[in-house]
Design a protein around this ligand. Structure first.
Ligand code: ACO
Length: 370
């Protein structure tokens, strides 16, 4: 198992003597692994085609398909929310893994479009009856699911938890300017979930990872608080809560993605000694088919091993990776033992990568991680 260096390693900071990366500490800790043992997904019922959108904004099916690969996207209707979609995906993942809701220790919900800014994960916990689980949100835009999966793996590896549900769910249709053709054609709503379980270190499903942020480029892609003020008393005022629709410099984000995603994946391959030719699948954040193709070409990965469902769902932000994973597991493309190179990237700016081994349900006794 190749460990990723601690965050300090890249920045040239002194190593934390209490870090598990310290061999002296590491030997004393019952470090285990984290296995990917189940998945599920959910999308809203309503599909909006490119032709539908061209009735509203000055665009065309040809422009959208040729520039992005997107043919349609799902849009949440009345009664469909982050909570309902995430709960549906979570139920499917529980069923796939063969778990009861009461067995779940932690629910991590990656979302940038919560039902409740105080946190939507507790609503999901209640909806699925996982009353033993602690539940909280994690926000990192389109990198959110990968960052959550990596975070969950740490709790499983260090023995804190046995079973974790990692969910990526977004409803960006709430936050689009539907008259802005540069953004409204790109995004859709959906949710995906992965069940992760503690396992022996030798069976760890997270072979290596990298996580990166660059706030200096934040303005490239924002869903930012507006600065309207409400007068209170005298000269005192308070900000009025509310967010401006998604604003994106598409070309800058495109250039960022085709530069940073290959770089982070190359680091992962180099650190583990894995050859690109031995990857079973490239499972990248689904933002644009041209980005998927550029990354595949960089590593000479045949296009049939690059997973894509952009044509049906567009960019569902934190949901794209688990939504795609679930589809490919259920139709039999991803098999137990397959090696997957994954990368998430997006607003923040944030990006990261992980080398994953899909395990699938069954065969791990409780306390196997200890
Ligand atoms: N239909 C028709 N024409 C359009 C549309 C549209 N939907 N959108 C833009 N155009 C026009 C533009 O106005 C422009 O016209 P002009 O030259 O007359 O001004 C022309 O098409 C070209 O526009 P570009 O922005 O240069 O088009 P580009 O080829 O760069 O494609 C796109 C735009 C698809 C947004 C691309 O830049 C892209 O995919 N960027 C990456 C987005 C991304 O990956 N986001 C991921 C993160 S998401 C997250 O974290 C939440």
């Amino acid at each position: 198992m190749a460990q990723s260096p601690g965050p300090g390693a890249d920045a040239g900071l002194p190593a934390n003597p209490l870090s598990a990366a310290n061999p002296a500490i590491r030997g004393a800790l019952p470090l285990g692994g984290a296995a990917l043992v189940g998945c599920g997904s959910a999308v809203p019922a309503t599909s909006l085609s490119n032709a539908d959108l061209s009735e509203r904004v000055d665009t065309s099916d040809d422009w959208i398909r040729s520039r992005t690969g997107i043919g349609a996207r799902r849009v949440a209707g009345p009664g469909e929310t982050i909570t309902s979609l995430a709960a549906q995906a979570a139920f499917a993942a529980l069923d796939h893994a063969g778990w009861e809701p009461q067995q779940v220790d932690l629910i991590l919900l990656a979302t940038s479009s919560p039902d409740d800014l105080f946190g939507t994960a507790p609503r999901v916990q209640a909806a699925i009856g996982a009353s033993r689980a602690v539940a909280f949100d994690l926000t990192a835009a389109c990198s959110g699911f990968l960052f959550s999966l990596i975070t969950a793996a740490q709790y499983l590896r260090n023995g804190s938890f046995q079973r974790v549900l990692v969910i990526g769910a977004d409803q960006l249709s709430r936050w689009l300017d539907w008259d802005d053709r540069r953004t409204c054609v790109l995004f859709g709503d959906g949710a995906g979930a992965v069940a992760m379980q503690a396992c022996p270190a030798s069976e760890d499903g997270l072979l290596a990872f990298r996580m990166r942020s660059d706030g200096s480029r934040n303005a490239c892609l924002t869903l930012a608080q507006t600065d309207a003020q409400r007068p209170l008393v005298g000269s005192t005022s308070a900000q009025v809560g509310g967010f401006a629709p998604i604003h994106m410099n598409g070309q800058e984000v495109y250039k960022f993605a085709v530069r940073e995603v290959p770089a982070v994946l190359a680091e992962l391959l180099q650190s583990t000694g894995v050859e690109a030719a031995s990857l079973d699948w490239l499972l990248l954040h689904q933002a644009n088919q041209r980005i998927l193709d550029a990354v595949a070409d960089r590593f000479a990965v045949p296009h049939e091993r690059v997973l894509s469902n952009l044509a049906h769902y567009g960019n569902t932000s934190a949901a794209t990776i688990p939504l795609m994973l679930d589809e490919a597991v259920r139709d039999g493309r991803i098999q137990p033992g397959h090696l997957i190179a994954s990368s998430g990237f997006g607003a923040g700016l944030s990006w990261g990568g992980a080398l994953l081994r899909w395990r699938g349900p069954g065969g791990i006794p409780d306390s196997a991680g200890a």
